[in-house]
Every structure is written in structure tokens, then in C-alpha cells.
Design a protein around this ligand. Sequence first.
Ligand code: ADP
Ligand code: MG
Length: 356
Amino acid sequence: MSYVRLVNVTKRFGDVIAVNNLNYEIGKGECFSMLGPSGCGKTTTLRMVAGFEDLSDGEVWVGDRLLSSPAKNHYTPPENRNFGMVFQAFAVWPHLSVYENVAFPLRIRKLDEKEIDQRTMDALRATNLVSAKDGSPDFLSGGGKQRVALARALAINPDVMLLDEPLSSLDPHLREEMRFEIKDLQMKYGFSIIYVTHDQSEAMALSDRILVMKLGVVQQIDTPLNIYNHPANKFVFSFIGLSNFLSAKNENGRAKVVNHNGQLPASFVVPEHLAGETDVSFASRPSEIDFTTMEDPEGLHGVITRKAFLGEIVDYQMQVGDQFLRVQKGRRDPGPEPGESCAVKFLRPFWYAENE
Ligand SMILES: Nc1ncnc2c1ncn2[C@@H]1O[C@H](COP(=O)(O)OP(=O)(O)O)[C@@H](O)[C@H]1O
Ligand SMILES: [Mg+2]
């Protein structure tokens, strides 16, 4: 059942269309991410859902409550939406104690002292901040400050948690840890999440479904697995996970890698839907390529130009004509050395028009 619903939501800033006819629905308790490069309209969308930004067109609903609709001249202010918000910047007040930072939205709502204390302490316990409650948040690390912001959003017992790149100011190790903390809090409190990020691995780790956005326009909405396995287009393929693209010419249905004179695998057949395209792009993921023998008819030939140990995996750069491929194998797999000729086989290639 849909809980939060965006219907034809559009936002224009002068000539810029920041968000273009956006539609999606989120279930109760779902973790939904909006993923896309900087400037694609994620923050603007979140601010419209929160009520900090007017819509140019469209409607925002929660359950059967209309929150925003310029056409119907309807607007519910943020404080009546019961949404928790956490931003990228640590929006905590250094002159207030950690406790008072968390209690602040409850005081604004004029709850009685007993309830304020109960909810504040609950939120502090859930975020492991009880021992820090009397000090200033200034004494906390970045992760600690962001926990204060989370606790403050939790204290109002939100129906929906709106998170705008909440972990991007933290170091990578802490970022990973905090993902799981957010997920645990969601399990405990049951709120829905709209999570905005430009970090695909973060979106993959947290989300039930991901929306991929480019220049204000939705590219795909699906589960992390489906987005990874069945990307809707070249942009989604390149934005999720690591990607390789080899430029090729379509010669009567057989693809010929540009500037590559060696043996071409028999399996380089251009799919039917690209029959009309002369310039095609052969896409693969570094983890979905295997080394094979030079005699394998399915192998594409090249030379290893770089080999880097990344701990658990080994990252190869392979030159194919004047183009390069990245190949990643486990560190226990034997692999060629720099300067060696080699052949690779593609486990699950994708094809796109070169200028899609
Ligand atoms: N207040 C504003 N005035 C004018 N343009 C804006 C404003 N806010 C955002 N934009 C523009 O809208 C587009 C989307 O911005 P934003 O929603 O912040 O993207 P993201 O969060 O995905 O990085 C960008 O082109 C940005 O420059
Ligand atoms: Mg943003």
C-alpha cells in the first residue's frame, strides 16, 4: 500500500527545471533512496516533500492526506507533516546540551515535561548518546554529531524520515557503520525513509527500492538487485557499480571493436534492437569478466597494462586496441602480469547505442 505519494511533481527555478514530472509511491516502513549525480534534483525533491519548498506543479500526499498542491492552492507547513529530517551538514546547536538539542522539537510542540523527558531519553538510548547527554555536541566526533541530529529527528516519532546525504561528511569506515545503525533504528521505530545520496553503494546497502535520477528526470525505480542486473539504460548502468564501455562498429550484426585488429569473439553479435545503429557500446562490469585461454573462440585479446592489489581483489587494466578495460578478480585467482598478452571472456555483457 502506498504511503507517501508524489504525483507529477515539478519544480522550476526560472528556466531551470530542477525536478521534471516526478512520480513515485513509497510503502509504509519502506526505505526508498533517491540516487543521482550532484545537481539532479534530489535535495529539491526532498525539500518539497518536507514542505520547505513550494511545488511548481503536482501533488504530495501522505496516506490520504494531501500535503501540497499548487493547483488546489493547498499547503501543509513542515511542522504539521510529522517528518524527521537529517541533513548533510551537522545541524546541531553547540550552545545547547546534547539532551536539549534532542528535546528541542518536542518543546516547540509544547509537549508536557514528562513526555519530553521520556521521548528524549528514548531517542538518546536508541542512538547511544545517554552518556554524552549533558555535554555540548561540540565535544562529539562527526559521527556523534550526526547521531544527535538523528536522535532529534527520532524524538518526534516521525512517520517518515527524510535523510539528505546524512553520512557524506563522515569518514568511510564510520559511514558504513552508521548505515546499519539507521537501518536498526528503522526496524525499531517502523518509520518510512526517503534517503537521498549520490553514493550508489550506500543506496544499495540501505534501500528496499532505489530511484535513479538524471537532470530532474527519473531513469528507473526498482530494487537494488534489479537495478544492478537489469539497468534501464546506459546512464543507470554506468551509475551503479563499476562499468566498462568498449566502442564498437556494427557491421551487419557483428560488432567490431574500434581500432582493434585481433581476433574478435564469435559472440560479439549486436542485439536486434540496435540493428539500426552503426556505433554501439559494449558494456561490462569488471567483476563479470574472466580470463581465458588465447585459443578460446569467445575470448577478446589484449595486453595487461596495470595490475593493482586492492586487498581482497586484484584490479587489472587491459588494453584492447586503443581502449581500456578494467577487470577485477579475487586475490587468490591466478592472473596475468603487466606486459602479458591475454584473453578475456564476458559473462554478462550489455549493449547500448554509443550516443544513447
Ligand atoms: N534555490 C534555487 N534557486 C535556483 N536554482 C536552484 C535552487 N536550488 C536548486 N537549484 C538548481 O536545481 C537543480 C537541482 O539541485 P539540487 O536539488 O540541489 O540537486 P542535488 O541535491 O541532486 O544535488 C540544480 O541545477 C540547482 O542548481
Ligand atoms: Mg543535494
